[in-house]
Write a protein that binds this ligand. Structure first.
Ligand SMILES: Cc1cn([C@H]2C[C@H](O)[C@@H](COP(=O)(O)OP(=O)(O)OP(=O)(O)O)O2)c(=O)[nH]c1=O
Length: 190
């Protein structure tokens, strides 16, 4: 029986968990995300990860539910997914030629047990010309991604280097998540 549910509609999170050979099924949480502006980026992604996991756990209380959330933070500003092309352009201009932090929160909930954590990874962008930014937006890649880029896709050409967990930037800190899942009795299989 598959006891683990990934509370996510993100194809990246599904692929990452598959990469770890963990048995699971996916059920999207479909929640109205609620955020308190006073939260730090780390607290924010943990709160959103918990909200996603809780929404699915309420309907499936016999299961173990994993929720996750990713935001980009630059200075005091937190960037989620872009609303449109102009929003994506303004985010990519901010990220150009400088470093930002990617925060990914994880929540695992089961009956009587809950574990949460977040990972912070730093990403250094090359300076980008307006032409490069516009071409990248035309690729369509920015639209469903925090900070308007995907390091695992064409967005790789924007990145000079990273410090931290690559997989957390893509959307799930894989090895640490697998270690937490082990505490819930969920193990990867060869
Ligand atoms: C920075 C960055 C983000 N992202 C993605 C990861 C997340 O899917 C997305 C941030 O949005 P999230 O709200 O974290 O997740 P989601 O809406 O895609 O999926 P769900 O809530 O159902 O789990 O940005 C990348 O794919 N690559 C990157 O390099």
């Amino acid at each position: 029986m598959t006891r683990l549910i990934l509370a996510s509609q993100s194809p990246r999170r599904k692929e990452l968990l598959e990469q770890a050979h963990v048995p699971f099924q996916t059920i999207s949480s479909d929640i109205e995300e609620w955020t308190d502006p006073a939260l730090s980026p780390g607290e924010l992604v943990v709160s959103l990860a918990e909200q996603k996991a809780e929404a699915v756990f309420r309907k499936h209380p016999e299961n173990i539910v994993l929720g996750s959330d990713t935001v980009v933070a630059i200075g005091s500003e937190v960037l989620g997914k872009p609303a449109d092309g102009d929003d994506a352009r303004s985010m990519l201009r901010k990220l150009s030629g400088t470093s930002h932090s990617v925060y990914t929160g994880v929540a695992v909930i089961a009956d009587g047990k809950r574990e949460t954590f977040y990972e912070k990874s730093d990403v250094y962008f090359y300076p980008l010309t307006d032409e490069e930014i516009d071409a990248y937006i035309r690729s369509g890649e920015p639209f469903d991604k925090a900070g308007s880029y995907g390091i695992q896709g064409l967005g790789a050409v924007l990145v000079e280097r990273i410090s931290g967990d690559y997989f957390a930037i893509v959307g799930l800190p894989l090895a640490r998540t697998v270690r937490v899942l082990k505490e819930f009795g969920v193990n990867w299989q060869a």
